[in-house]
Design a protein around this ligand. Structure first.
Ligand code: MRU
Length: 343
């Protein structure tokens, strides 16, 4: 599969997710403004992938500073971090990655600008590689929760496309499949941007993993009919008490799963845990443009022009509806997951 995000000799190459599944196009970012708009426009999306791209964006921005004066350089790079931080508010991985890049600045002040520039590139590449490794480890932990011939419901896209590679929720599916478990996935289409229909289905079909596309409003009926054995989703931010912010619609699925006694699992790297958010309520929920709801992908209107629209991109699932959270450190009760990280 083509990598989600790559650093190629000072150019950030994104697999343009707005074009999938119809076209596999590479979107090249040669400056920070282009990186920021690519994140905002969902050319790259998914919490870990946004973090990796933003880290590379900082490395890219740092390379364009023509000074040998370290304080001037630092000021410029911090402005780049602010520009990238203003792209999307919900996924904590963005801010986590920017903090790591800022730490490189702080701990290398005695070096030359050229040396700091190359350390920033190294850090961005390390974040990318660590993300792939964490996804593979989460896959191994999470696959223990999946049995032969089970039917799995997932929402949005928490796959290779949403990370540097392999995926979180879909990483678990992939690992179970690679272990020879004959599983089957129901992918909710995920209105309004259709990450499930366009991206999850595409990824799973590429890997030959059996998948059936459903509309979001079918989940309850399928659970009632006993056709779903477990639910697996990703996360954009996990609060200290185990509440989870993820794609809008996740909460509805979790409540339905509880009513039908179906396990509901969240899979995310520890970079998604926000110890400063004591619960899900302070997590900022991104409100996206109304045209995502009123018009289809190609621009065809499906609602009367001028209608009032609500378009929150995420919701919060309280910890009580989550059976367990899988991180690279293992499988945890939601209210114990914060204990597993040290910042
Ligand atoms: O708006 P998106 O497509 O960036 O939303 C993505 C999600 O909600 C994913 O489930 C989440 O980021 C986890 S991705 C491993």
């Amino acid at each position: 599969m083509i990598p989600t995000v790559e650093w190629k000799a000072g150019v950030i190459c994104l697999l343009d997710q707005t074009q999938l599944p119809g076209r596999t196009m590479i979107f090249e970012c040669r400056d920070v403004a282009t990186v920021a708009s690519a994140i905002r426009e969902l050319r790259v999306r998914g919490a870990p992938a946004i973090g990796v791209t933003a880290a590379m964006g900082v490395a890219l921005g740092a390379q364009s500073v023509a000074t040998t004066d370290v304080p001037v350089f630092e000021k410029h790079v911090l402005a780049v971090c602010e520009q990238l931080a203003a792209t999307r508010p919900t996924a904590i991985n963005l801010f986590w990655a920017l903090e790591r890049m800022k730490r490189v600045l702080q701990t290398n002040r005695e070096r030359t600008v050229g040396e700091i520039q190359s350390r920033l590139v190294d850090e961005a590449l390390a974040i990318q590689q660590e993300d792939i490794a964490m996804c593979k480890t989460m896959g191994q932990h999470g696959a223990t929760l999946i049995r032969h011939r089970q039917n799995i419901l997932t929402h949005c896209n928490a796959g290779a496309l949403a990370t540097a590679g392999y995926g979180t929720a879909l990483g678990v599916v992939r690992a179970a499949w690679e272990q020879g478990k004959k599983i089957h996935v129901f992918a909710g289409e995920t209105r309004p941007v259709l990450q499930g229909a366009r991206l999850t289905v595409w990824e799973l079909m590429e890997d030959g993993i059996p998948v059936t596309l459903i509309t979001d409003n079918m989940a309850g009926a399928l659970m009632q009919q006993g056709r779903i054995d477990l639910c697996v989703v990703g996360a954009d931010r996990i609060a200290a008490n185990g509440d989870v912010a993820n794609k809008i619609g996740t909460y509805s699925i979790a409540v339905l799963a509880r009513v039908h006694s179906i396990p509901f699992y969240v899979v995310a790297p520890s970079s998604t845990i926000d110890l400063l958010a004591l619960s899900g309520s302070p997590v900022p929920i991104e409100e996206r443009p109304s045209c995502e709801i009123t018009a289809l992908h190609g621009g065809t209107w499906i609602a009367p022009q001028g209608v009032h629209v609500l378009n929150p991109a995420f919701d919060v699932t309280p910890a009580e509806y989550i059976t367990a959270i899988v991180t690279e450190r293992g499988v945890f009760a939601p209210d114990r997951v914060a204990e597993t990280i040290q910042r």
